[in-house]
Design a protein around this ligand. Structure first.
Ligand SMILES: O=C(O)C[C@H](Cc1nc2cc(Cl)cc(Cl)c2[nH]1)c1ccc(Cl)cc1
Length: 324
């Protein structure tokens, strides 16, 4: 048994050993502890399956990855990043929760929250567009979750409506952290050079994310121009999501990826007639080419579009607005 994987052994049982000493026994879950049901989704590197814990009858979504495929496609790094990131982002309602990880000879298993509301993209497609009240609520829950991630030094890098799941209360659960970037925390004693880096070569490796590119429609210009993603890159994607909820389509969409990229770097998009004015002001302050001039989270929270939202625990207690 691989006992090192403490991150997954969340279940602990008290036992008395041979000398009468009380010891903590970590319970490692395995395939045999679950009964598997229908397939919920297929990714290029994973299959998500409905499963029930045989002892507790609790329901989960289990993400299964084929080891050979992961190795062949050189995705081992991404799988371990997903595990490490999810093990780091454990106490926020807007992050899909990782309960256990385990493996057998063929596969790797992530035991995750079951999100019965499906993907935000699917809900949006059925609605065509969201009204302002729904956009405000879902935008606020997504932003609150991005704030939590960034405060823990995690950049998602592939935020999009497919990666925003909804649980049984129709609350947001952000998923798919395989392409996240964990910023190494600077040692407090390290003298912070006050002079900003001249170009990306001067940005320390941990700040400069590798050459991963997200999904075309939501990729930030800085990622296309000089290969670095930063926290502001998630806020560019956030701006695209707000636009898409109200307009029913993303701001930058062309017939192929290359043309989509050209529209992004040229900031070539327009608002449909009737796009709400206050929301338009917010989107215009997020879809800014220079990441340093893009609205930051605190300013977004204070933007007029979010008037009426009480940030913090209240946001995760109120009823989700009926999707109309
Ligand atoms: O047990 C742990 O915590 C660490 C392992 C690390 C790990 N073992 C692997 C074996 C293979 Cl073949 C591929 C990957 Cl990506 C692998 N990642 C692991 C197991 C399961 C899951 Cl879902 C992720 C990582």
């Amino acid at each position: 048994e691989d006992w090192q994987d403490r991150g997954a052994a969340v279940a602990v049982r008290q036992e008395v050993d041979a000398n009468g000493k009380t010891v903590a026994r970590y319970i490692k879950k395995g395939v045999r502890d679950f009964s598997f049901g229908n397939t919920l989704g297929e990714g290029s590197y994973s299959t998500v399956v409905f499963a029930t814990d045989r002892q507790t009858l609790k329901e989960y979504a289990i993400k299964i990855l084929d080891k050979r495929h992961i190795i062949k496609e050189k995705k081992v790094k991404y799988v371990n990043i997903e595990k490490d990131t999810l093990n780091r982002l454990t106490d926020h309602p807007g992050i899909v929760r990782l309960y256990y990880t385990f493996q057998d000879e063929r596969s790797l298993y992530f035991v995750l929250d079951l999100c019965k509301g499906g993907e935000l993209l699917g809900v949006l497609k059925r609605m065509t567009t969201f009204d302002e009240e729904c956009t405000r609520f879902y935008g606020a829950q997504i932003l609150d979750t991005i704030d939590y991630m960034h405060k823990r030094g995690v950049i998602h890098r592939d935020l999009k409506p497919e990666n925003v799941l909804l649980d049984h209360q129709m609350y947001v659960k952000i998923t798919d952290f395989g392409t996240a970037k964990i910023l190494k925390t600077r040692r407090p004693d390290e003298s912070q050079t006050s002079i900003p880096p001249i170009d990306s070569t001067e940005i320390p490796e941990e700040e400069r994310a590798s050459s991963f590119v997200g999904t075309a429609e939501y990729v930030s210009p800085e990622l296309l121009v000089d290969k670095n993603a930063c926290k502001a890159s998630d806020l560019w994607a956030f701006g695209c999501i707000i636009y898409q909820l109200l307009a029913g389509r993303p701001p930058f969409k062309a017939s192929n990826e290359y043309q989509t990229f050209q529209k992004i770097v040229a900031l070539d998009y327009e608002f449909p007639i009737g796009f709400p004015t206050v929301a338009r002001d917010l989107v215009e302050r997020l879809l800014v080419l220079d990441p340093a001039r893009r609205l930051q989270i605190e300013h977004i929270k204070n933007h007029e579009f979010f008037d009426g939202i009480s940030w913090g625990p209240e946001l995760w207690k109120q009823k989700a607005p009926r999707l109309k």
